[in-house]
Design a protein around this ligand. Sequence first.
Ligand code: ZN
Ligand code: ZN
Length: 146
Amino acid sequence: MKTTDAGYINKNNQKNLGYRGISETHNNQKFFEMECLDCGHKYMANGCDVWLRKCPQCNPTKTSKEKQLAKQGATTKSRRISNKLRYQVLKRDNFKCCACGASPAKDPTVELHIDHIIPWSKGGETTLENLQTLCSRCNIGKSDFE
Ligand SMILES: [Zn+2]
Ligand SMILES: [Zn+2]
């Protein structure tokens, strides 16, 4: 089962209820409805995020892996994305644009950027969860350009 299949449950006990369409306002990302199996809270996540989403309501304690990332300098205090974190985002997103799937491996003119999902200016943190890979084409026009 893929993370984007309806019925998929991730390690944080968050169930993917299925594809809910494309967001016109958010880089044409594919949005999925998620349900927290602990408290029943429902919310939207984009396709890249399904596997790692945590319930915004329960906000469970950080996993050991996340603690480790924090130690490695994946700080939430800075807008700047460290090279290590940048690489982790690219790797998680399979070195592809989250919005259109463009990949430099297939098309050398594709340039990938790391983007804050919730803009830094709106309180979005510089964490693996709040970062996504976008190609320069999809990223153009975003005020929070990285
Ligand atoms: Zn919950
Ligand atoms: Zn793109």
